[in-house]
Write a protein of this length. Structure first.
Length: 766
């Protein structure tokens, strides 16, 4: 939202109150309160008829500083609020004649006390991260509407790039954009998105979380090109300056503050196949898909039933349509006997024809209007209502319906929707602010389902396929990118959105392989299969047509088979990266600038990504097979072709459907498993270590986990004088399970190794 017309003039209907000068301060424990009037005070009489802003500085965690700016503190400030995990940081407050320094860890906020010198500088040691100063921090009143707003404008440095703000399909670098925080069901081709996260990071290595779940507005180098502005309606604005010194460190710090992703089960990393969003399927159809994959030797691990597993008009009743699926329990057992996990589609909407509608209405489990009526709409399902998850009894009721499905044999849920949430004349059970609840609703929805899965299936076995999200939603993986189209531009916008979402610590992410809307030509299907199987989670899904490969062409079956088996074989490496995402908050799929912050050429890259620490993926976006991608410094090697490529420059190559740039980073050990047909197996048994240390002086290390994420084997390698020394050890966890500590290059002794690249290097196993 813009409040000015150019640099000098405020819009005619706006009355601003800017923080103009330091007036006084108070200290309450570890909290610093600063008072800033709206003009320079030359005498005591200037204090009359003048507004003032109250700024409170606090620290919930080391190297995180919370700034709370308030105008009228008597105005109600209702939630919901994002969950913040507070620790006990060491805070110091030092004051001189000219400044007050509020410090947490190595991060400080320095308040200028000089007359006419208002400002707060945020520092990492002596390095300035950003600042607020003259005509930046403000309260705005719109005289025409009577609405009030709180505004902050933080400095953007020369060459500073802004990233994140959730899942965004617009250009990856956000400078110059206007962004609204409002979850909507709008597809993937506009500024509208399903996952709005009011958190951004910059290439300077810090981030800012706006603690507001409502319709916040961002002007990113757009209203003032040297400032990033965010504004909210009301009388208070809270934000956190989060300093991890690097982009990766800041993402980790942000997830420490708002919640680390849970660790998904190993089976969820395999191939998911769905019925697609179509009315035309039954058990004969789904069994035909499953058998068709088996006949073509394409490993399949999860089968998903989309909308029409339930009867039309009754979404959601959580009951199998008896005319289409007369024996659901028997069917699920038959599929389990084939080694499949089962997912079913759900949403938080209850159609009026569903028996659950009257049950929910009678007990007060559905969202109501302020006049006491149940809120209803005909959009999507006739007369549908919405479950009020702020009511603990309603959440338990909803979980009870899902538990029946789990008892029947369902393994997980696709938590679709969660964005179409009303705000006008709405009264929640817990009296939440309806505008703020619009985005936060998805947190409660996904939390309710995820907690049930943890309770019933156990920690480490819970996984969702969620579409909507807000702050903290990364705790309930996995998420997918929504309704993309079957085109190369849509595939590119899908990657952009996933990398943007990764900046908020969403560790596990997927998308509809080959696009949801329309049906892709065989060329796009095959290229998207490559990309899809080199994502953390992989799902074939579409709208009005099926996505089994033989409906595209025979070669599509071969391509899909190759990349499913590749992913299964890479599971020792991939699951170790998943554990890191769970423990450290660093996503499996991450933007190039996050992994290589010192390489300025990586800053705008949005069509390639790092898949964990060691693998770079550059999907192909042209029917010709041509692809251009950038490699940071060093000599890299293609895992698929064995070709070495010099980095520090752009590459242009042509690939068939069985290859793409899948580059191994120099100084890496990539663990590859013995199994290529499933993602869940004993990773340490017969593991093969791919060693890539092309230069003397390089070192590398990795770990291999069990299926619960515990490291049971470590490998470390170093290169000197043309010789690589490899040390492999079983950990105490492995030894406690009876594992042997004796190793050789023989498979029977536990591992083998291979040196990547053209050079012949001697390997010594220590």
């Amino acid at each position: 939202m813009k409040f000015t017309e150019g640099y000098w003039c405020t819009k005619k209907e706006i009355t601003p109150l800017y923080a103009a000068e330091f007036a006084d301060s108070r200290i309450h424990g570890d909290e610093l309160i600063v008072y800033a009037p709206g003009k320079h005070i030359t005498g005591r009489g200037d204090c009359l008829n003048l507004g003032m802003l109250t700024i409170c500085l606090s620290s919930p965690m080391e190297d995180v500083i919370k700034v709370s700016v308030r105008h009228f503190e008597g105005t109600a400030y209702r939630g919901p609020f994002a969950g913040i995990k507070e620790t006990a940081p060491h805070v110091t407050i030092e004051e001189t004649e000219e400044e007050i320094r509020y410090q947490s860890g190595r991060t400080s906020a320095v308040i200028d006390k000089r007359p006419n010198g208002w400002g707060i500088r945020f520092l990492d040691g002596d390095r300035e991260l950003t600042n607020t100063g003259f005509r930046n921090m403000a309260h705005m009143t719109n005289r025409d509407t009577g609405k009030t707003y709180m505004v902050e404008q933080l400095a953007i440095d020369v060459d500073e790039c802004i990233y994140g703000l959730g899942e965004r399909y617009t250009p990856f670098v956000k400078n110059g954009q206007m962004v609204e925080m409002w979850n909507e069901d709008g597809g993937t081709a506009s500024e509208i998105t399903y996952k709005n996260i009011p958190f951004y990071i910059t290439n300077k290595g810090y981030g800012v979380l706006l603690d507001h779940e409502g319709d916040a507005a961002y002007e990113i180098a757009s209203e003032k090109v040297e400032r990033l502005q965010f504004s909210v309606e009301g009388e208070r604005l809270d934000y956190y300056v989060i300093n991890g010194s690097t982009p990766k460190g800041t993402i980790s710090k942000y997830t420490e503050l708002t919640g680390k992703p849970a660790l998904p089960p190993t089976w969820s990393f395999g191939l998911w196949l769905t019925t697609s969003f179509t009315t035309n399927y039954d058990e004969e159809t789904t069994s035909g898909f499953i058998q068709g994959m088996a006949d073509r030797d394409i490993p399949l691990h999860v089968f998903h039933f989309d909308c029409y597993w339930m009867e039309a008009y009754e979404w959601c009743n959580f009951t199998w349509d008896p005319r289409t699926f007369p024996d659901p329990a028997g069917m699920l057992k038959r599929y389990h006997d084939r080694g499949l996990k089962i997912c079913v589609w759900i949403n938080p909407y209850i159609g009026q024809k569903s028996p659950l509608f009257h049950e929910g209405m009678e007990h007060g489990y559905l969202i109501r209007k302020t006049n006491g009526d149940v809120w209803q709409t005909d959009m999507w399902q006739a007369g549908m209502g919405l479950v009020d998850f702020t009511n603990p009894d309603a959440a338990a009721w909803y979980q009870g319906k899902l538990k029946t499905l789990l008892d029947m044999g369902v393994d997980c849920f696709k938590t679709d929707f969660g964005e179409r949430v009303p705000v006008k004349d709405i009264a929640y059970f817990d009296n939440s602010d309806p505008v703020k609840m619009h985005n936060y609703y998805t947190f409660l929805y996904n939390q309710t389902v995820f907690q049930l899965l943890e309770q019933e299936r156990g920690t480490g076995e819970a996984v969702l396929f969620a579409r909507s999200a807000t702050v903290g939603g990364q705790q309930f993986p996995a998420h997918w990118g929504g309704d993309c189209s079957a085109t190369y531009p849509s595939m590119a916008e899908t990657i952009r959105s996933g990398l943007s979402l990764a900046c908020a610590g969403f560790g596990f992410w997927s998308h509809d392989i080959s696009g949801f809307e329309n049906t892709a030509p065989a060329d796009i299907y095959k290229r998207w299969c490559q990309f899809g199987l080199l994502s953390s989670h992989s799902r074939l899904h579409g709208s009005s047509s099926y996505r089994v490969p033989w409906l595209f062409d025979d070669e599509a079956c071969d391509v899909l088979r190759k990349f499913v088996k590749l992913k299964c074989a890479l599971m020792p490496y991939l699951y170790r990266q998943a554990v890191k995402a769970h423990e450290e908050g660093i996503p499996m799929m991450r933007p190039m600038f996050v992994e290589f912050p010192e390489d300025r050429a990586c800053e705008p890259l949005d069509k390639q990504y790092m898949l964990g620490d060691s693998l770079l993926v550059a999907p192909v976006f042209k029917e010709s097979g041509e692809v251009e991608y950038y490699l940071p410094e060093g000599t890299w090697v293609n895992l698929l072709t064995g070709k070495t490529v010099a980095g520090g420059r752009w590459q242009k190559e042509t690939h068939d459907y069985f290859s793409l740039p899948l580059m191994v980073r120099p100084g890496s050990i990539v663990a590859v498993g013995r199994e290529s047909s499933r993602p869940d197996y004993a990773y340490a048994e017969g593991v093969r270590f791919l060693l890539y240390l092309p230069e003397d002086g390089m070192t590398a290390e990795t770990g291999v986990t069990d299926l619960e994420g515990h490291v049971v084997m470590t490998a470390a390698a170093s290169r000197a004088d043309g010789t690589i020394t490899l040390r492999v050890e079983r950990t105490a966890a492995a030894a406690s399970e009876g594992g042997s500590a004796d190793f050789s290059t023989d498979v029977s002794a536990g591992f083998t190794f291979e040196v990547l690249g053209d050079e012949k290097v001697e390997v010594v196993v220590a």
